[in-house]
Structures are given as C-alpha cells and as structure tokens.
Design a protein around this ligand. Sequence first.
Ligand SMILES: Nc1nc2c(ncn2[C@@H]2O[C@H](COP(=O)(O)OP(=O)(O)O)[C@@H](O)[C@H]2O)c(=O)[nH]1
Ligand SMILES: [Mg+2]
Ligand SMILES: [Zn+2]
Length: 307
Amino acid sequence: VSTARRGVVLRGAGGVWHVLDETGRLHRAALKGRVKLASGLKLAVGDGVTIRAAASGGIASIAEILPRRSSLVRRAPGRARGERVVVANLDQVVVVFAMIKPDAHRRMLDRFLVIAEANDLAARIVVNKIDLASVAEARARFSDYEAAGYTVHYTSCRTAEGLDALHQGLQARTSALTGPSGVGKSSLLNALYPGLTLRVGALSESVNKGRHTTVGASMHPLPDGGFVVDTPGLREIGLWGVPSDLLGDSFPELRARRGRCQFADCRHEAEPGCAVVAGVACAEVSGERYASYRKLLEEARESERVW
Ligand SMILES: Nc1nc2c(ncn2[C@@H]2O[C@H](COP(=O)(O)OP(=O)(O)O)[C@@H](O)[C@H]2O)c(=O)[nH]1
Ligand SMILES: [Mg+2]
Ligand SMILES: [Zn+2]
C-alpha cells in the first residue's frame, strides 16, 4: 500500500490531472467519484490534493481535495448555480498591457480588475513596452490606477526597466497572468526567467485559433517559488457574471467612498448625496474609471435581464 502525498494540480484534460507533488515529481492522476462527493467540490487547477501512487505504474489516484484559500469563479449572471471554479488558490491577477503597439485598452483593463476584485483577489498592472514612450507619459496615463491603490509596473523587455520589481511581485505567489495578445507576456516571462521555457499563452493561442473552444487554465512552477497561471478564458470579453450589485465595490476608489453616500445601497448614478458623483465633479475620482463603472453596470444589468 502506497502512502499519500501532497501535491498541486497544474492542469487537467480528459479526466487526467497533472499533479506536482511536494518533492517536485509530476504525476498523472485521476479523481474517483466518491472524492468529489465527499468534499462537495469539483477539482480545479490550483487545488491542493493528496494523491496515492499507483501500485504498478498505472495512473495515480487523487484521495482528497484540500481546503481552498481563494477561487477565481465564473458564474452564470445573477445565479449561484452554474458556478465554475477556473483556478483555485490564486494570490493575484497580473494584468499586462502595452503602452503602445497595441495601445492599452482601458475598458478591458477595468474589466480584468473588476473580475479580480469580485473574487477577492489582489491585482497588479503591468504597462509594458515603455521604451516606445516616456515613463512620464506612461505614469500620466495610468496615475488613476495608482490613485485607486493598484501597483503599476512600468516595464520594458528591451531596456529591462521595471523587471526587478515585477520579479519580486511574482516571487512565491501564484499569479494569473493575463492581457491581450501582442503586449509582451511571453517576452516578459522569458526576460524574467531566462532558460525556462514557459509556454504561457502560446499553447492556448494556437489551440484557440479558429475555434470556439475554451482551453482550461494551466499552472507553471517558477524557479524561485510560486506559479504563473495561464487563464485563456479570462481574456474573453465579459464580466464573468459579476452581479451588478457587486460592481460598485469592485472599484476600490468607489468602495472607499460608499460610506459617505446618502443612501447605503447607492449605485452612484443619479441618487442625491452621492459621494462618488461628487468626487468625479471635483476630480478626486477618475472620470474615466467612473465612465467604465457606468458602462459595466449597464452591461451587468443587461446580462441579468437576459438570464
Ligand atoms: N519595443 C518593445 N517590444 C516588445 C516588448 N516586449 C515585447 N515586445 C514585442 O512585442 C511582440 C509581442 O510579444 P509577445 O511576448 O509575443 O506578446 P504576448 O502575445 O503578450 O505573449 C513581440 O514582437 C515582442 O518582441 C517591449 O518591452 N518593448
Ligand atoms: Mg505569448
Ligand atoms: Zn453613491
């Protein structure tokens, strides 16, 4: 009889899960039906598990799913049913954009940040390719995110600017790295971890080409501790079913003012005594971020009507 080992699920396909055990060995493992029932959980990438090696070279079995410290969830809008955990045990979402080529898409950035906030996950922003502009220009364009409390890394793979700080930000954490294609995600990872052939993005991009299939998340261990997680589905347009009444609290600078609104359930639209609207009027709250909030609020309500 083999002993149980702890491990973490790196990826899964067709009922076979790749589990990295605590000694650094990779196992192919399968989940038995009664494990699912006992825990009430569906296994997800990022889950901590215990596995039992197969007696004679076959596939290992997953004996137990360990409690989660966080989960990145995709919901059907307005419903608890149909919830799917995309990645378990993430520490942060790292959203990568380019200063130019392609131009940073602020609404898309706000969408990623809302998804992180709605899942109680920290987020940091990377503005790459700053060699193609000035740092002053980049800082001016993203200052409202810094004011909202986000860490913004200004980086260049060409000059290596900002890479040390980003490296520290990823160390010993599990980070979902996301952003549009062409902004430099693969280049950043190759610059940060030379010699490590991380295929983040490459795999999902090629598999997705011309198809409507969504490829599941995959985790990649980093040489100095921590993981980067590729979550291809996160790049799809949409709010992932973030309920409209959670939206105001998913903008940190709006959340900080809510207590000063006249109404406790203020949606920061046309209500009297709204501290957010007042903040926008005196430029203490970014007008662009507020415009994003209003647009995403409409979008969330629209999908709730449809559902
Ligand atoms: N000028 C400049 N180009 C970059 C930088 N980082 C990446 N690139 C280029 O941008 C293109 C897309 O990079 P890639 O890493 O494949 O982006 P990904 O799709 O996000 O993984 C490539 O031609 C890179 O050489 C940067 O910091 N500065
Ligand atoms: Mg790439
Ligand atoms: Zn308000």
